[in-house]
Design a protein around this ligand. Structure first.
Ligand code: ZN
Length: 452
């Protein structure tokens, strides 16, 4: 196996035992990190020069509907209700398998471009197994580490058909994916379930889907926000029946009561928040502070490239600023003054987009920090750049100043996916035009023509 030493950078390991190491070294053997320190035994290893860079664990995007990449920006002026009407009940129904493929391929490549090494692809537009297979093809071809969360579409009910909220997650499809397509969940792309949950289904469907996920040992993630809940007391009933557990992930959760948050956190349910889409579409403010008051932290996601950018640093910054604003206001109201210092550190915001994403996926033994034994998912952020230099505290610089333009190098499982600011994948030619043609056709078919 190839040994590589990353040398000359400022290592922000996100491992509390290792901390930050200025001029530190990271030794990689094959797909694994084997040593991290001031000086490692790198005899015979290839050198990856990180001079001028901050070396961080790859970012983890805990929630994105990557199938919407060809619809970039179309929902930029829509509330959540318009989004449901135009996207789920409209545009989504026009997707062919190859539309999902090209969206997932380019969307995942852009995530690598942004420094994301693990993408939770929350794919809820799988009307047929062909759509699902092409979605997975796109992820695999991109080379990203991905959790493919399989979900069902949400069209308006047709006469004679059951509405989506009365249809349980298809067991046969989960079995097929676990068997032939993503065997034993061993590769870079693994399976999870994007279920409706009680907010978007009947209680019986929710119970069936929770049991299905447990039976297959899969994470079951579900939205909780947006329009009125289909089964408002569903969470309480699921908890009472012992069905809520650490394999359950809730996305958004803005309208949960304090009591519901308490019993969910007691049962180790995780939360993935998407502050920018939550604020802009009308879910409300992210529940970051409510989780923190209970001693928990969220993971974060982009959610929708049909609405916002795919840059995870922007997502973290948005989450940090809005929660600090809320905390500052609360302090003024309660104590009549600002808090003595900021309520949340930049380090914690960086945890939200690294180790907390890993915990949500139950993959914190493999990813989320630069730790010996973990996978070599590593990003070099070019800090000696006009928008970042000088760096006095690398964590603060990352969270407050870094952007896509600074993502110099990306390694996933030890393999180089981006170097010197350029993606190293071959055959990119034609992919953007393919994506554009896909998006334009879908918009045209819905009578939503592109702007002249
Ligand atoms: Zn979502």
């Amino acid at each position: 196996m190839t040994r590589t030493v990353i040398r000359g950078g400022w290592v922000v390991s996100m491992d509390p035992r290792l901390g930050n190491l200025r001029g530190g070294e990271v030794l990689i053997d094959g797909d694994k990190i084997v040593e991290v320190g001031a000086k490692v035994n790198a005899e015979g290893a290839e050198v990856l020069d990180a001079t001028g860079c901050i070396v961080i664990p790859g970012l983890i995007n805990a929630h994105q509907h990557t199938w919407q990449t060809g619809l970039r920006g179309v929902a930029g002026n829509w509330t959540i209700l318009e989004y449901f009407r135009h996207v789920h009940a409209g545009l989504a129904t026009k997707f062919r398998p190859d539309d999902i493929y090209i969206a997932n391929l380019v969307g995942a490549l852009n995530q690598i471009n942004c420094g994301t090494t693990t993408l939770v692809d929350w794919c809820h537009n799988n009307p047929t197994p062909d759509h699902t297979d092409r979605a997975i093809d796109g992820l695999i071809e991109s080379g990203i580490r991905a959790a493919f969360f399989h979900g069902s579409p949400k069209p308006d009910p047709k006469p004679g058909e059951k509405p989506f909220w009365e249809v349980p997650h298809p067991r046969s499809e989960v079995k097929r994916l676990m068997g032939r397509r993503l065997p034993a969940n061993k590769g870079l792309v693994t399976l999870g379930l994007a279920i409706l949950g009680p907010h978007y289904s009947t209680y019986d469907v929710a119970v069936s889907d929770f049991k299905l996920a447990r039976e297959f040992g899969l994470i079951a993630s579900m939205h909780c926000a947006g329009a009125a809940a289909k089964t408002p007391d569903g969470w309480d009933r699921l908890a009472a029946e012992g069905l809520l557990g650490d394999n359950n992930n809730i996305v958004h959760g803005n309208n949960l009561s304090d009591a519901q948050l308490d019993f969910m956190l007691d049962r180790c349910v995780t939360f993935s928040l998407t502050p920018e889409t939550e604020m802009t579409q009308g879910h409300g403010f992210a529940i970051t502070g409510r989780l923190r008051k209970r001693g928990h932290k969220p993971s974060l996601g982009v959610d929708l490239e049909s609405s916002i950018s795919g840059d995870m640093f922007a997502v973290a910054r948005m989450a940090l600023a809005t929660q600090r604003a809320t905390d500052n206001d609360e302090s003024r109201a309660v104590a009549g003054k600002l808090p003595d210092t900021s309520s949340i550190t930049c380090r914690e915001a960086l945890e939200w987009i690294t180790i907390e994403g890993a915990r949500m996926l139950k993959m914190d033994d493999r990813i989320g920090s630069i730790t010996p034994g973990k996978q070599a998912d590593i990003v070099l952020v070019r800090a000696d750049a006009i928008n970042m230099w000088p760096v006095h505290d690398p964590v603060v610089s990352l969270v407050t100043q870094a952007s896509i333009a600074n993502i110099d190098t990306v390694l996933i499982a030890g393999k180089t996916k981006k170097r010197h600011g350029k993606l190293t994948v071959r055959k990119m030619e034609g992919k953007l035009s393919e994506l554009a043609a896909s998006g334009e056709r879908i918009l045209r078919e819905m009578g939503l023509a592109a702007a002249a």
